[in-house]
Design a protein around this ligand. Structure first.
Ligand code: ADP
Ligand code: MG
Length: 357
């Protein structure tokens, strides 16, 4: 097992990249702690697979280096890196039995047969493949085949990191939930560093202790699920994570005070905001409530979300959503809302404004 460090990493698929848009990965500096359960979360095309392939060695980065502990592995072959990678679509040997598929990565490395048998049965048990061990892989459904791929990723005990690239894409919805909790449980047992790639926030937040959020080839925030919820470092994180996502409203800042539509909005950080950038106020729907005074809004829609109701309101052509407990009274049409100051913050060109700038 090892700590993984990405230093000044950039990658372009073009032979002569010149501008930032030519890079699939902008400059990345990330430390992955030994034994961590990470999710790599971001929309399709943001560079997740590119990053995984660079860590595993399937791709050599245009710039920068990858260290395992303190050893530079940037130019090492994939099989020298001791990594297990599970791809989006199953990779199985159809003519082999399920058992032989699971045993393959171990036999390939000369692990003694009694040890192979022990590991294969352990893993098969964890992911419910015991009954089908002697079947040929060819006869299995896509679900079954992807379970074999997962199993093959998990079977070795000598890997530095196990990487999963959107592994549940082909899995039936009812099985997804089950496998996701299995993976989490497994991480707690084996404690190998795991990087789980997904574009689905629920998958990321349930699996990971730490989530690495990517957008356009850039890492925008690395944090625990609670940190991403409470202190989004970028409006993208606020918007992408949470349902519904954070409200983002254009604002002006004068004399350390934020204003939306000419009305003052209390925030915890406006005093640090500088002029000359695109300024916005962000507040999650969880931290907006109806009040006597505050911003005058018009209610446009109320929807039921289980224990909560999502109330859509508008002011000056902008949407402000709030979450109110089920059963709480909701005004007819006109209302006032206020924001919880310690969870209301100013963003400058998308980034959270902090005192250190
Ligand atoms: P993700 O896995 O987050 O969906 P990718 O890493 O696959 O994103 O892709 C990041 C960007 O790099 C995208 O713009 C994609 O079109 C581009 N890209 C990916 N693979 C290749 C390739 N083999 N050749 C050229 N461009 C690629
Ligand atoms: Mg991908």
């Amino acid at each position: 097992m090892a700590k993984i460090t990405l230093k000044g990493l950039r990658h372009s698929y073009m032979p002569n990249p010149s501008k930032p848009a030519d890079y699939a990965l902008q400059e990345l500096n990330v430390d992955w702690e030994d034994g961590g359960a990470y999710a790599l979360l971001g929309p399709s095309g943001c560079g997740k697979t590119t990053l995984l392939n660079i860590i595993s060695g399937l791709l050599t980065p245009s710039h920068g280096e990858i260290l395992f502990d303190d050893e530079d592995v940037t130019r090492m072959q994939p099989d020298e890196r001791h990594i297990a990678q599970v791809f989006q679509f199953p990779v199985v040997y159809d003519t082999m039995t399920v058992y032989d598929n699971l045993a393959f990565p171990l036999r390939n490395r000369g692990v003694p047969e009694p040890e192979v048998d022990k590991r294969v049965r352990e893993i098969a048990d964890m992911i419910d493949l015991t009954e089908t061990l002697q079947n040929r892989a060819a006869g299995l459904t896509a679900d079954g085949k992807q379970k074999i791929s997962l199993g093959r990723g998990l079977v070795r005990s000598d890997v530095n990191v196990i990487m999963f690239d959107e592994p549940l894409t082909v899995i039936d919805p009812h099985l997804k939930w089950q496998l996701r909790s299995k993976l989490k449980e497994l991480h707690q047992r084996v404690k190998t560093t795991m990087i789980y790639v997904t574009h689905d926030q629920t998958e990321a937040l349930t699996f990971a202790d730490k989530v690495v959020v990517m957008k356009d080839g850039q890492v925008v925030q690395i944090g625990t699920p609670v940190e991403l919820f409470e202190r989004p470092q970028h409006t993208f994180v606020g918007h992408f994570i949470g349902s519904p996502g954070m409200n983002v409203l254009p604002c002006e800042v004068r004399g350390g005070q934020a204003f939306f539509e000419g009305e003052p909005v209390a925030t915890w950080n406006a005093v640090h905001a500088k002029e000359g950038a695109k300024l916005e106020v962000g507040v999650r729907p969880e931290f907006v409530s109806f009040s006597e005074k505050g911003l005058a809004v018009e209610i446009t829609k109320v929807s039921d979300a289980g224990r909560f109701q999502i109330v859509d309101t508008r002011k000056g052509g902008r949407s402000i959503k709030l979450l109110v407990p089920d059963g709480a009274e909701i005004p007819e049409k006109h209302a006032h809302v206020s924001f919880k100051t310690d969870h209301t913050q100013v963003y400058s060109d998308g980034w959270l404004v902090t005192g250190g700038e």
